[in-house]
Design a protein around this ligand. Structure first.
Ligand code: R5P
Length: 313
């Protein structure tokens, strides 16, 4: 890595930040995040960043607002301390689902977050499997989205029962699910989902034959577990035999998400460590680390001559 590269890890996922730093062979620089009794926060950089290329590793994981403001505060501190560039490494990008106006008199929060990041002084964003690709259009700065699908497929190799079909739980995930299906050499089934509220969804159609088949349901993120639970129920109703296995990049697993999925027959879940991984009550949990992928993304963003990308023709 170049000598002017500085890495900071925010408080959202310190274990992942440490792992990325180890992969890069660059230590995390000291910093402090102080939270005040009224809910405000500030950060203090423990070294000079003048003319440096700074990477701040901070998924905007729950509590999303706190971690987002912390990232913005890091960027502002770097900008005011004359950093040459500030790259936000955001393995999980909160608010990405707010990418359109659902009805009238509502905001487009994803666009708002992009504007806040630019205003704070972020020069580039590096993320993984963001909810919707159109997010890139909200930024005027470069945004790179890395894919965890090859890593997840690597973890799934050899653990899927004979006859498994890959399932996209909604139309928005068809492209990702197709990639899983192609990589794993499996057929694809697509569900059509109607969202009734923040916690309830309903499957309206199933495209594909799932009778007697085990299912691998794939998604970008699991929040309440509602999408997966409803999908498993609909698949069972259409004759799928189970077991139901789930693979997702971002395992937020809020509240009783795990119990909800387990009750609907999900036996095993494969996640990345984009957000701190908790145990998955009632299911077997396997995690794959994003550290090597993020480290390579950082090398490329830093224009490091030793990266695989730079060596490729
Ligand atoms: C929605 O389109 C996303 O891709 C996920 O399916 C959804 O956000 C998961 O949320 P939950 O677990 O609350 O259903």
């Amino acid at each position: 890595m170049r000598e002017d590269t500085v890495l900071f890890g925010g408080s959202a996922n310190p274990a992942l930040a440490e792992a990325v730093a180890r992969e890069l062979g660059v230590p995390l620089s000291p910093c402090e995040v102080e939270r005040f009794p009224d809910g405000e926060l500030t950060v203090r950089l423990g070294r000079s960043v003048r003319r440096c290329e700074v990477f701040v590793i901070q998924p905007t994981a729950p509590p999303v607002n706190d971690h987002l403001v912390e990232l913005l505060a890091f960027a502002d501190a770097c900008r005011r301390s004359a950093a040459a560039r500030v790259v936000a490494v955001v393995p999980y990008f909160g608010y990405a689902r707010g990418d359109k106006r659902e009805g009238r008199r509502v905001p487009v929060t994803a666009s708002l977050v992009a504007a806040l990041m630019e205003t704070a002084g972020i020069s580039q964003v590096l993320t993984v499997d963001i909810h919707s690709a159109q997010m890139e259009g909200f930024f005027r700065i470069p945004m790179d989205t890395l894919s965890a699908v090859p890593l997840l497929c690597g973890a799934l190799q050899g653990m899927l029962p004979e006859g498994t079909t890959v399932v996209s739980p909604d139309a928005g995930r068809v492209k990702t699910a197709s990639e899983f299906a192609e990589r794993l050499g499996l057929p694809l089934t697509v569900l059509s989902k109607h969202r009734e509220s923040g916690t309830r969804t309903r499957v309206t159609h199933i495209v594909g034959d799932v009778r007697g088949r085990p299912c691998l349901i794939v998604d970008d993120m699991i929040s309440t577990g509602g999408t997966i639970a409803e999908s498993a129920e609909a698949l069972r109703g259409a004759g799928a035999s189970g077991p139901f296995i789930v693979a997702a990049t971002h395992g937020l697993l809020m509240g009783d998400a795990c119990r909800r999925m387990a009750v609907h027959g999900v036996e095993e879940i494969v996640l990345t460590d984009s957000v701190p991984v908790r145990s998955a009550d009632g299911m077997r949990l396997r995690t794959v680390t994003l550290a090597p992928l993020l480290a390579e993304g950082i090398r490329r963003a830093a224009g490091d001559a030793g990266s695989q990308h730079e060596r490729d023709p």
